[in-house]
Design a protein around this ligand. Structure first.
Ligand SMILES: [Zn+2]
Length: 315
């Protein structure tokens, strides 16, 4: 009988070990400013090839230690971020910021917390509430469908430090300013600026090279708020939620399709047209962006979303 229990226990241990997905291969850390690195992830949605890693984890070196912005979308992505960080410095991670509730940005928290239990994890209070209510589990189920096995072993690591618009968090020699404008890409978004606004982390309020899922967004507010913040801070380096970081010219190019969608939908809404009639006009106007990732799958949804927002404001 004892051997049977031992065998069952061994089987359980082996199974538990097998239940962790394979490592995400190391991606390069690109230096975007002195002491600031971005691991630019793939632009594709989660699939077996990218193993669910698709965002832009960033590493900020401060005199107190390392600050990670958005450590990736799974345990494995977070572990990759830590391996890449080790190639740059032996200094510990002292804090993490999560820009919003979408799991591709924050499920890597688990790996950071396992390696650095004292690291503080900051997020907007609405994000913390949604994370506590199981939003991370929804993302894990989505990963199980899109990249089977890749994120096995991932357990949501809930942020524990609420931060809101106007707050400043000083970490060593670096001050992180928090910007929140209600519902933008989601109702939970924070944008972060450091070094007197010279460097800006937008989260998914800016996407460079792909369209975005806007099911939780108010596209109009998102464009307005992000444009206003960029106008005010005049940052020299802008780090989007997905796609290459760049300067103000990159920003203008990457935000343009969102502005074009909104402008055309508003004009044609006023002419009495429906979203399905407006869509081909938008596609025609955005020929330069046809090679953007997810263009064909998301353009119709974005036109529909913009149309509903404009209708609601008109009501
Ligand atoms: Zn997002």
């Amino acid at each position: 009988m004892r051997w049977l229990i031992a065998l069952l226990a061994l089987n359980f241990v082996l199974h538990a070990q097998a239940a962790k997905g394979p490592p995400v291969p190391d991606y390069p850390a690109d230096r975007v400013a002195e002491g600031v690195y971005v691991i630019h992830g793939p632009l594709t949605t989660p699939n077996p090839e990218n193993q669910g890693f698709m965002n832009n984890p960033a590493l900020v070196m401060t005199s107190a230690g390392v600050v990670v912005v958005d450590p990736g979308g799974s345990l494995q992505s977070g572990e990759m971020v830590l391996r890449v960080l080790k190639k740059l410095t032996d200094r510990p991670v002292v804090a993490v910021f999560n820009t919003h509730i979408h799991g591709d940005h924050w499920l890597g928290n688990q790996a950071i917390r396992a390696a650095y239990p004292n690291a503080r994890i900051y997020a907007h209070p609405k994000m913390i509430e949604m994370a506590r209510n199981g939003a991370g589990d929804d993302w894990i189920s989505l990963l199980e469908q899109a990249a089977p096995g890749a994120a096995d072993g991932t357990v949501p690591g809930i942020p524990d430090q609420p931060v809101d618009n106007g707050q400043s968090i000083r970490i060593g020699d670096t001050e992180f300013r928090i910007h929140h404008f209600g519902q933008t890409h989601t109702p939970t978004d924070i944008m972060l600026s450091i070094r007197d606004g010279r460097i800006l982390f937008t989260g998914d309020n800016l996407l460079n090279g792909r369209l975005g899922n806007t099911r939780d967004a108010h596209i109009g507010h998102m464009i307005e708020a992000t444009d206003a913040l960029v106008g005010k801070l005049d940052p020299q380096v802008i780090i989007p939620g997905h796609g290459r970081s760049g300067d103000r010219a990159m920003y203008e190019h990457a935000m343009e399709p969102f502005r074009v969608i909104y402008r055309i939908v508003r004009e044609q809404y006023d002419e009495g047209l429906s979203d399905f009639e407006i869509k081909p006009m938008v596609v025609e106007a955005l020929q330069d962006y046809r090679d953007w990732e997810e263009f064909d799958t998301l353009i119709g949804k974005m036109v529909n979303q913009a149309w509903l927002e404009i209708e609601e404001a008109d009501f």
